[in-house]
Design a protein. Structure first.
Length: 249
């Protein structure tokens, strides 16, 4: 059964791989966060995250090797707490492994951070290529991208990886700062190209350079997502509506 959450920008979905409580925990009662695997999912993990109701700690389904589990959990921790909001001890405790196991795969936290960014970047490129192969229109691609941010909003927990790392930017190691710049530039370039194509094809109507509009849109979405953590979620949807209205949609 596919679970979906209703929102005004719902797109095409595929089911998440289902995990049973017995697979994910030691028989403790648990609930599942996340709803579905979306082809348009830029940053949110494709894996089911299981949370223990008794402790709130994240657990991952079996079937992933330890390195993948570490990367998966680190990505979620960055999006929920920020890069400086967790330690290797948190990861080891949640996965029921030793700290040494985390250090074996990622000798330093900056190595883990760089790996998380590159992993998300590769997933974004895969999604972009898949969208191109499906010959989606600029409007359809924009809606799918917006739905990803709405997925973060619905979680009541996450902001996007880029927004989280940009907030922590001046506290990040140099190697991670370099990767964040590359990743952010790629997202902005993708949005600029999408807007340019949409305007050329008569699907978008806006004034000014596509580069400026792309920066404004990404900054607005990320900012609205951050503010939705402490304010009315309806304001995020209104921000999205306003952004689309400025494109003539």
């Amino acid at each position: 059964m596919i679970k979906t959450e209703s929102n005004p920008y719902s797109g095409t979905h595929l089911p998440l791989p289902q995990a049973s409580p017995a697979d994910a925990t030691d028989g403790k009662r648990c609930s599942y966060t996340g709803t579905h695997y979306r082809l348009d999912n830029l940053l949110i993990s494709k894996y089911f995250i299981v949370q223990l109701e008794t402790s709130g700690d994240s657990k991952l389904p079996k079937g992933q090797d330890t390195k993948e589990q570490i990367l998966e959990l680190a990505e979620h921790l960055i999006m929920s707490r920020g890069y400086n909001g967790f330690s290797y001890k948190d990861i080891a405790s949640a996965l029921d492994i030793r700290n040494a196991a985390v250090h074996y795969h990622f000798p330093s936290k900056k190595d883990l951070g760089v790996a998380v960014i590159r992993r998300v970047q590769a997933r974004f490129r895969q999604w972009d290529a898949m969208s191109a192969s499906r010959q989606l229109s600029p409007v359809e691609m924009l809606d799918q991208a917006l739905e990803t941010y709405i997925g973060y909003l619905d979680s009541d927990k996450y902001v996007c990886l880029g927004g989280s790392l940009e907030t922590d930017f001046h506290t990040l190691p140099d190697e991670m700062q370099k990767e964040v710049r590359i990743y952010t530039a790629e997202i902005l370039t993708w949005m600029r190209n999408l807007l340019s194509r949409g305007r050329e094809e008569g699907q978008f109507a806006f004034a000014g350079p596509s580069e400026d509009k792309a920066f404004f849109m990404i900054a607005s979405i990320q900012g609205a997502l951050q503010m939705a953590r402490v304010s009315d979620k309806a304001m995020f949807y209104r921000t999205v509506d306003n952004l689309k209205s400025e494109l003539g949609l």
